[in-house]
Design a protein around this ligand. Structure first.
Ligand code: ADP
Length: 192
């Protein structure tokens, strides 16, 4: 069983670590930001509704994201194990995910929280904006995303701490070091 999620501010390395962990454990990497960007580029109804929120660094409304994720996990092609990245991001999403998981027997085993100081986050994101040209990686939008994280997503740490599945990982240093820290923290929580 491997049902884990990555909970971390923008720039902490969710995408990079998410891909590695998913590959190592042979599970799909479901990144809500990637799924939403795909909808935007394909011009779907969801993409049109999501775009302005994403451009401003705000959150896409809960109901839209919740149905997108529950469809990806339990729709026509259900997955039993997964690495979720970027969801849940609000208490409302976390509560819905928990209810849904209990009904479908898909409760999360581990929540990986990556800790990185704020000035390092901003530095990484500004650099990514320069290299990859992601439209929300500009300084103003980055500040807004960090504020939105503090306000809406940081409270989830306590939510998962109370359920005893939170793994707090130092997200600084090399990519390999962070992966190893995550793996050693995960092993007691995940029965492969
Ligand atoms: P980052 O963590 O660097 O902000 P993501 O790719 O995870 O990057 O997310 C990009 C954007 O997609 C967010 O700023 C937000 O607008 C939207 N988004 C992604 N996941 C969610 C979610 N669970 N709830 C609401 N909005 C989301």
């Amino acid at each position: 069983m491997f049902r884990a999620l990555l909970l971390a501010p923008p720039g902490a390395g969710k995408g990079t670590q998410g891909e590695r962990l998913a590959e190592r454990h042979g599970v799909p990497h479901l990144a809500t930001g990637d799924l939403l960007r795909e909808h935007v580029s394909q011009g779907t109804e969801l993409g049109r509704a999501a775009k302005e929120h994403m451009d401003q660094g705000g959150l896409v409304p809960d109901q839209l994201v919740i149905s997108m994720v529950t469809e990806a996990l339990g729709g026509r092609d259900p997955v039993e194990n997964f690495l979720l990245d970027g969801f849940p991001r609000t208490l409302n999403q976390a509560e819905s995910a928990y209810e849904w998981g209990r009904n479908k027997n898909r409760v999360f085993d581990a929540v990986i929280m990556l800790d990185v100081p704020e000035d390092e986050l901003v530095r990484r994101l500004v650099e990514r904006g320069r290299e990859k040209g992601r439209s929300d990686d500009t300084e103003d939008v980055i500040r807004n995303r960090l504020r939105v994280y503090e306000e809406n997503t940081a409270p989830l740490v306590e939510f998962y701490e109370q359920r005893d599945i939170l793994l707090r990982i130092d997200g600084t240093g090399s990519v390999d070091d962070v992966t190893e820290r995550i793996e050693s923290g995960l092993s007691p929580l995940i029965a492969d």
